[in-house]
Design a protein. Structure first.
Length: 256
């Protein structure tokens, strides 16, 4: 007898097919709809299922099957090539933890040529996370601004999202980035590169693009940056589509 719990590989296939969000609206908190109803045929056939949020699961369950198949063929996130979500917590978080290194008080934990990569603020006793991981052209591959999360759907094999947790995988078994709000602190793990520098955050070690730090607590003040990479007087300007030729630019900062 088949269990009503959707198998992991089926859920992953349906998430990826829908761009990791509801096929109708893009909401990242998902259920898995049987277009051919379970009552008619007990199955986990991915050709006859689709990832939906709870509201649209209920709605499409009351409509004709061809409506669900049409939604399955053109999911919302696939059409716009973006995944979006919002992270929340009910804990009075006071610190940001990258791997095994705890940052307290700093607005920016890590920056790259003046561009903040990871940081946080405490607003009304809740953490507000910022995160920027660029692709090779320095456009955001994953970005979090005040807990608002966005990512490029084409770059990932899987994105698992809950309201207080998200995990990105580029390949099966390989964690690109994990953000966890379930405890008292905001914890981040992952492994990625920026212009040849490897950043690796795990419970056993932290590599910050070269320097390695293990099991420390770094304490600072708002407005400060704990770890900065780059050269004195050189600042990176992120590319944007207002530029005639969008590309990363390094500029000299002159003292006044």
């Amino acid at each position: 007898m088949l269990s009503r719990t959707v198998p992991h590989q089926v859920a992953q296939h349906l998430r990826a097919e829908a761009g990791f969000g509801c096929a109708v609206c893009g909401c990242p908190i998902l259920e898995y709809h049987h277009i051919i109803p379970w009552a008619e045929h007990k199955h986990y056939d991915v050709d006859h299922m689709v990832a939906l949020c709870r509201n649209h699961h209920q709605e499409l369950g009351k409509q004709r099957k061809d409506v669900s198949y049409a939604v399955k063929r053109a999911p919302f996130n696939i059409r716009r090539k973006r995944f979006k979500g919002y992270l929340v917590t009910n804990k009075e978080s006071q610190a940001l933890v990258l791997g095994n290194t705890r940052f307290v008080g700093f607005t920016h934990a890590v920056s790259y040529y003046g561009v903040p990569l990871f940081g946080h603020q405490i607003v009304e006793s809740e953490i507000r996370l910022s995160c920027f991981i660029p692709n090779k052209d320095f456009f955001p591959e994953v970005e979090v601004v005040g807990n608002n999360l966005s990512a490029m759907t084409d770059d990932f094999w899987d994105i698992e999202f809950k309201s207080n947790y998200v995990k990105f995988r580029r390949r099966k078994g390989e964690v690109f980035l994990e953000i966890d709000f379930r405890g008292d602190d905001a914890k981040i793990k992952g492994r990625f590169e920026i212009e040849g520098r490897e950043y690796k955050f795990s419970p056993s070690r932290c590599d910050f693009g070269g320097p390695r730090i293990e099991s420390l607590t770094l304490q600072g003040n708002p407005g400060q940056t704990a770890i900065g990479h780059g050269q004195n007087g050189i600042r990176l300007l992120r590319p944007n589509y207002a530029m005639r030729v969008p590309r990363v630019t390094y500029i000299q900062r002159y003292p006044f």
